[in-house]
Ligand binder design. Structure first.
Ligand SMILES: Cc1cc2nc3c(=O)[nH]c(=O)nc-3n(C[C@H](O)[C@H](O)[C@H](O)COP(=O)(O)OP(=O)(O)OC[C@H]3O[C@@H](n4cnc5c(N)ncnc54)[C@H](O)[C@@H]3O)c2cc1C
Length: 461
């Protein structure tokens, strides 16, 4: 593609900003990033409390976050945040150690079985499901893999593997098929509590691409990255280091694609581009009170776009930041496995204490309030349940200082995954001078979205 191509990027979150970085690295400098908010970072939102930044959105990374590492290198920063730690409680608020055989004498046979299944699962992923971990979902439904290895060098990899079609199954079925049901007890910690849905509804492809074996073991061993000034700082730094900074407070009213050009009406003026990369939501079922819209609401969408994007759903994942009295402050972060099942929708699944050295900080809480087959628990009801749960946990909140219910983890379900949704969308890349990137194209975390942008630039520019 001509290096002077005028490229519009919608969204100044990890996907949009890293698209800018990778384009720039490849010699494309004629790009414009349009961001609707008055800040960059998207779901990496790190406000300040008591002079320190806390996390309302993304919190952590793992050593295999190679795209995030590219950003760190580009900006000369590193993951310098507080070391994470955690413990577990049951729904009654008692501290438990679910993986410690000595504390669970009756569960010893189950724990031994789980250990065996864990080993088997690791082997299956490497052999039967060879090619499972690469970024994005291209080819999976057809039993192929095609992309780049999850290594610092990201070597191109490609091959046939009909077993990969199993990744369309809901994760619980996938585990059952492979005789490794018990590993769900391990995977659920960094999956459901992080808002990515329940194992009986989410295709295995999402679960194992995000929580590949290596990443899950990093979670188990708490070998994790955080950032002193929050994850938002990563993207603020990237924005500062880009030749073209994101244009904040950009309100896009209309996008029209005709005669090989893209016309974007932004803040009342029409701008002309050659290509457009969309990292903003492609489709949002229903309406949202925060004014967030799907691209199908302001683009001249074509029938194939409308049809495919209508399949996208997202998670209702709520975050509260609360103060506690010093005597009620939790000594550590807690996971509540009992609440990570669809029957406990709306309940507190995890709460996070960021700094070990202070009680003068907020605690953040996390809850899911929708399952594929259920009606949504209303926002206020969920908030009340979480605050009640904190009381049960003996860490009652004295005040709510911040709250967020964000458009979270857009994804499709098994039927569409198996029917080749991803291959159909990938085949549309550049068809209307439009590229689709961001969470739904890979997975809803900082690295998968940034990595997808890297691959998009690698493949098409
Ligand atoms: C509570 C929570 C916890 C999380 N924890 C982690 C974690 O620990 N580790 C991790 O890696 N990830 C985590 N994530 C996920 C991670 O933050 C997201 O996956 C990542 O930010 C996605 O990047 P993105 O650029 O695709 O989308 P977003 O971050 O959503 O950015 C999209 C951007 O587009 C902008 N936009 C939207 N519509 C328009 C429009 N019409 N015009 C212009 N701009 C528009 C938005 O304002 C936003 O800035 C968490 C997220 C949340 C909410």
């Amino acid at each position: 593609m001509d290096k002077n191509t005028r490229i519009c990027i919608i969204g100044g979150g990890p996907a949009g900003l890293s698209a800018g970085m990778y384009l720039e690295k490849k010699g494309y400098e004629n790009y414009t990033i349009l961001e609707r908010n008055d800040r960059v970072g998207g779901k990496c939102w790190s406000p300040t409390y008591n002079g320190r930044r806390y996390e309302m959105g993304a919190i952590m990374g793992v050593p295999s976050y190679y795209a995030v590492h590219d950003v760190e290198e580009f900006c000369g920063i590193t993951h310098d945040g507080p070391k994470l730690n955690r413990n577990y409680k049951n729904a009654q608020g008692q501290v438990i150690e679910p993986f410690e055989p000595k504390k669970n004498i009756l569960k010893i046979p189950r724990l031994l079985k789980m250990k065996k299944q864990l080993k088997l699962f690791g082997e299956l992923l490497e052999t039967k499901y060879k090619g499972y971990a690469i970024n994005g979902h291209r080819g999976v439904a057809e039993g192929r893999y095609d992309g780049f290895a999850v290594t610092p060098g990201r070597e191109p990899v490609k091959g046939e593997n009909p077993n990969l079609k199993d990744l369309a199954l809901p994760f619980s079925e996938f585990c059952k098929k492979n005789g490794v049901e018990l590993i769900q007890d391990i995977w659920i910690g960094p999956y459901t509590s992080f808002g990515y849905g329940y194992f009986d509804e989410i295709p295995a492809g999402y679960v194992v691409k995000y929580l590949d074996f290596q990443t899950t073991m990093n979670f188990v061993k708490i070998n994790l990255w955080t950032w002193q000034n929050g994850t938002q700082f990563i993207w603020e730094q990237l924005n500062d280091h880009l030749k073209n900074h994101a244009r904040l407070n950009s309100s896009i009213e209309k996008v029209e694609r005709k005669d090989g050009k893209v016309y974007v009406t932004v803040n009342g003026a029409v701008e002309e581009y050659d290509k457009i990369i969309v990292t903003a939501p492609l489709h949002i079922p229903g309406t949202r009170t925060d004014g967030q819209k799907g691209m199908d609401e302001y683009f001249d969408v074509r029938d194939d776009e409308r049809e495919l994007f209508s399949k996208i759903d997202y998670e209702r994942y709520d975050v509260l930041a609360v103060e506690t009295k010093p005597e009620d402050h939790p000594e550590i972060s807690y996971y509540v496995f009992d609440n990570m099942v669809p029957e406990k929708l709306g309940h507190l699944m995890v709460y996070y204490r960021r700094w070990r050295d202070s009680k003068e900080q907020v605690i953040t809480t996390y809850a899911l309030r929708k399952h594929k087959t259920s009606t949504e628990v209303p926002y206020e009801e969920c908030k009340k349940m979480v605050l009640d749960d904190l009381k049960t946990m003996k860490n009652p909140a004295s005040n709510v200082v911040n709250e967020w219910s964000v458009y979270y983890f857009p994804h499709i379900f098994s039927e569409d995954y198996a029917a080749g949704w991803y291959d159909k969308v990938e085949a549309m890349q550049d068809k209307y001078d439009t590229f689709y990137a961001g969470e739904v194209m890979s997975f809803g975390d900082m690295d998968e979205t940034a990595e997808y942008s890297r691959e998009l630039v690698e493949r098409f520019f």
